[in-house]
Design a protein around this ligand. Structure first.
Ligand SMILES: C[S@@+](CC[C@H](N)C(=O)[O-])C[C@H]1O[C@@H](n2cnc3c(N)ncnc32)[C@H](O)[C@@H]1O
Length: 230
């Protein structure tokens, strides 16, 4: 099983509905905070269920939701069937679905850990071709080399404490530890990136980039990079 296959099913990652709702509210808030506009075109690549994508769509002109899992895309299409600003696409459809040089913002939150270095290099080329001059590519929730599962546990428990789902989070951690996620994390691993290594890669691929002081979402141990065309 690959990570992409893994996500094509319900997972124990979100410990309950409240966790999932708060998570996607936070992601949408952070995307909107990049400052969109009524004509902005935005791509959320590896978007997951994007429960609060309506909020992002309300702040821009067009929102492409791209996810590798057919199950996730089916749910997105059902959820946002009435939202004319949202288009749901697979990674394979992106090349044709999105005009070159048309995107103001590409957000890739919590995806890089599931991609090989080769896959990431290919995607950087695709994202580069789709960005408009002055557009931004945001690579977020990137896992640094020095962090591991305990940092994720700490971040989840802090988020759960603030969000009022501590007991569910504790139970969810046990479920996750016994699940396919833990088995796959052991077998396939997650891809980690160093800060300097990521900045070098972005530079080599035709971007100028910097690491933001804070990460998007709830996990302060992870990194966010903002890149523009060089
Ligand atoms: C951890 S979730 C992140 C979802 C969302 N970006 C967020 O911030 O909550 C990872 C998502 O990436 C998707 N995914 C995994 N591999 C992918 C790939 N190669 N291309 C596109 N999406 C992929 C999965 O289907 C899953 O929905």
């Amino acid at each position: 099983m690959s990570w992409r296959d893994y996500w094509n099913a319900d997972t124990p990652i979100y410990v309950n509905d409240r966790h999932k709702i708060l998570h996607y509210q936070l992601v949408a808030r952070d995307i909107v905070a990049f400052g969109l506009g009524p004509n902005a075109a935005v791509l959320d690549h590896g978007c997951g269920e994007a429960l609060s994508a309506g909020r992002v769509a309300g702040a821009c002109g067009k929102l492409y939701l791209c996810d590798g899992a057919p199950l996730v895309r089916d749910r997105l299409r059902q959820r946002f069937a009435a939202e004319r600003k949202i288009a749901v696409v697979s990674p394979e459809e992106l090349e044709d679905a999105v005009q070159d040089g048309s995107l103001d913002l590409i957000v890739v939150n919590s995806l890089l850990q599931y991609l090989s270095h080769e896959d990431l290099a290919g995607l950087l080329g695709l994202w580069r071709s789709k960005l408009r001059e002055g557009g931004r590519l945001v690579l977020a929730d990137v896992i640094p080399h020095e962090t591991g599962p305990l940092d994720d546990v700490r971040a989840l428990m802090t988020f759960a404490w603030r969000g009022g789902f501590t007991v569910a989070a504790l139970k969810g951690l046990v479920r996750t530890a016994l699940s396919d996620y833990a088995r796959l994390r052991g077998e396939l691993g997650l891809t980690h990136h160093g800060e300097a290594e990521m900045l070098d890669l972005l530079r080599e691929r035709g971007f100028q980039a910097e690491r933001r002081a804070d990460n998007m979402g709830h996990n302060p141990a992870r990194m966010t990079f903002v890149a523009t065309l060089a």
